[in-house]
Design a protein. Structure first.
Length: 118
């Protein structure tokens, strides 16, 4: 199980989908737990932002920022620069597509990154 400190301040998200997302990414391959958690946090952040679905309330935006910051720290501590860049590009692509009014599911891209990081 992941360290409690990694969930500090976002514990409430665990039962609201973060835990399921983490298990999905962890099962995707033998990637280190921090990388699987980072992927789950990125997906959760985009869900909190309601990316492509209108403007969210301020509180979910702050939660999304916290999730992205936590994911960034986890990747900085445990992933190669290449993996970090791949994560950043996945978020950039999803955000750009949403800004143009489209929808880009990020999960397939994150799954590919997690599998390759093994």
């Amino acid at each position: 199980m992941i360290a409690t400190r990694e969930l500090n301040g976002i514990e409430f998200l665990w039962d609201s989908g973060l835990g399921e997302r983490f298990e999905l990414y962890r099962a995707a391959g033998p990637a280190p737990e921090p990388i699987a958690l980072a992927a789950a946090l990125v997906e959760t952040a985009l869900a909190q932002q309601r990316l492509g679905a209108g403007i969210p309330a301020p509180a979910p935006l702050r939660v999304a920022d916290l999730c992205r910051a936590r994911a960034s720290r986890l990747l900085a501590e445990s992933a190669s620069p290449d993996v970090q860049i791949q994560f950043a590009r996945a978020v950039e692509s999803a955000s750009a597509t949403a800004a143009e009014g489209g929808a880009m599911p990020i999960r397939p891209r994150l799954l590919a990154i997690v599998r390759a990081a093994s």
